[in-house]
Design a protein around this ligand. Structure first.
Ligand code: SF4
Ligand code: ZN
Ligand code: ZN
Length: 304
């Protein structure tokens, strides 16, 4: 098959909108889509300092690549989760990706910082649950301590659709109130604005873009991902997408229109300062300090 716009052979078949594109026209299409997301949701201003959280995987690598290509002022943070070989390999990928891009990379290692890695803590809580809270706390505090205006993560359309689907199925309305391409800054700047530039591109498109740009990334799944329900929701949504192209984007856009239904649940005034670290918390001690049993705040300021 040939590209819809030129005589070159097709590099990818897109299902929605249905068309074949050569490598060059696919890159143009992908970049235009991400640019439109940034503009439509006012994700970024040109002079802002952006911290991109890079995991070593494809999504965050593509996020860093494209923001750099668009000329934004980015620096990267990798959080090594201390999950044995998987984390070692992931860190290696993050280091090489940033080197190739020519952007500064900071590394925070959970095991060095907190004594145990993800999966190594004796708790009834599933690894993914305290992994999520640990990552979110670290990247937000790192950005706050070092004066970044915004944190960019690599979430794509498939991640968002499955997150919304999962939380709808479980009626976790408090999570549904907070989701979207941008989470505004709050609590006197202690909650740094968070953005998702890949919000409207599918996982399959991200893989193709990484391939077209020679971006190498960690392909193995985290050992704790096995059996994660997110993967099951993704599979269901993929089946739907195959039968009815456009399902995911319409589902996510529909959610953004109706999100107001859940917003009563979100009340920032209920937040207060954690008595250990001073960061926003819904109780006396924030979930990060409580989970890791901290007695004093962590300081992520980078020494010159
Ligand atoms: Fe963390 Fe779970 Fe993701 Fe592994 S699968 S990186 S434990 S959230
Ligand atoms: Zn073409
Ligand atoms: Zn705290």
């Amino acid at each position: 098959m040939k590209c819809k716009f030129c005589d070159k052979p097709a590099f990818i078949k897109l299902h929605y909108p249905k068309m074949y594109l050569c490598e060059e026209h696919f890159m143009e299409y992908f970049e235009r889509k991400v640019k439109r997301t940034i503009e439509r949701y006012r994700l970024l201003k040109p002079d802002e300092r952006v911290l991109v959280v890079v995991s070593g995987g494809k999504d965050s690598a593509v996020t860093a690549h494209i923001l750099k290509k668009f000329g934004y002022n980015i620096e990267c943070l990798h959080i090594n989760l201390g999950i044995d070989e998987y984390s070692k390999k992931s860190e290696g990928y993050a280091v090489r990706q940033c080197k190739k891009l020519g952007v500064p990379l900071y590394i925070v290692r959970v095991k060095e910082l907190l004594g145990k890695g993800i999966g190594g803590v004796r708790t009834r809580r599933p690894a993914c649950s305290y992994c999520g809270l640990t990552k979110r706390y670290i990247f937000n505090k790192f950005a706050y301590d070092n004066g970044f205006n915004v944190v960019a993560t690599g979430h794509n359309l498939d991640d968002e659709a499955s997150f919304i689907f999962n939380n709808l199925m479980n009626w976790n309305t408090q999570y549904l109130a907070k989701q979207g391409p941008v989470t505004p800054a709050g609590f006197n700047g202690k909650l740094v604005r968070r953005i998702k530039p890949l919000y409207e591109v599918t996982e399959r498109e991200v893989v193709a873009y990484a391939l077209a740009n020679g971006i190498q990334y960690e392909m193995d799944e985290c050992p704790h991902a096995r059996g994660a329900t997110t993967l099951e929701w993704k599979e269901i949504l993929n089946q739907m997408e195959e039968k009815r192209p456009g399902t995911k984007i319409n589902f996510v856009k529909g959610y953004l229109k109706k999100k107001g239904l859940f917003e009563v649940e979100l009340c920032e005034s209920e937040l207060r300062e954690c008595k250990i670290c001073g960061m926003p918390s819904s109780g006396e001690v924030c979930s990060f300090c409580r989970f890791w049993g901290l007695e004093k705040p962590m300081d992520f300021r980078v020494k010159e």
